[in-house]
Write a protein that binds this ligand. Sequence first.
Ligand code: SIN
Ligand code: FE2
Length: 216
Amino acid sequence: MTADFFDTSDVLPAREIIAEGAMLLRRFARPIQHDLLDAIACLSAQAPFRRMFTPGGYRMSVAMTNCGSLGWITDRTGYRYDAIDPDSGRPWPEMPPIFRELAGQAAAQTGFAGFRPEACLVNRYEPGTRLSLHQDRDESNYDAPIVSVSLGLPAIFLWGGLKRADKTVRYRLEHGDVVVWGGPSRLVFHGIAPLADGEHALLGRQRINLTFRQAR
Ligand code: SIN
Ligand code: FE2
C-alpha cells in the first residue's frame, strides 16, 4: 500500500476542519472497505462484540470489542485499558496491519505524524443505539490524537466543547469517513445521536466505528 492509495484529493476536499486540531476526511477509508470488513469479521470471531457495563451499573447500548495490544473496557470497577479480553481471558486479537496503516495515514494527513495506536476499540451500533457525550481520557497522556473511522449506516456525530454543557454541532458521518482530533481538540466532548434505522449495502442495519488510540 502506498501513501496515495488513500488520496481522495481529485474527488473531495482532503479535509474539512471541525475545530482547531479536529478534521474530517470524507470517504478516506472507502478504497479499503472490503479489507476492513473482512478484518472486522475475523477479529470479532475471536473477540465477540459484547455490551459492557458502566461503573454506574448501566449496560451500554453500543456493543464493543477491541484489537491491538491494549483494549478499552468498562465494568463496575471503572474504565481502563487492558491487554486481556475479560470475556475470554486471552489477549485481544492483533491489530491488522491495514488498520495501522489507515490510522497512521489519516493522522499524518491531518498534521499528526508518527501516530502508533496500541488500541483499536470497535463499536457496533444498531438502530436506536447511541453513545452519550464523553471525553476520551483514559489514555496516559493526550499528546496523540484520536482517529475514528465510520463504516455502515450513517450517524450523527455530536461535537461539543471542553465542558460537558457546551453547545454541540452535528456532523453526519457516512461509510468511509474518518475523523481525527488532537491538540487543542483532544479532550472535546463528543458522542453519537441515536442511530436512525436504515439498510447499508455492505453492513445491513448497523454502523461500525473503529476508534484508534495511543493509550500509553
Ligand atoms: C467513540 O467516541 O468512541 C465513538 C465515536 C463514533 O462512534 O463515531
Ligand atoms: Fe470517544
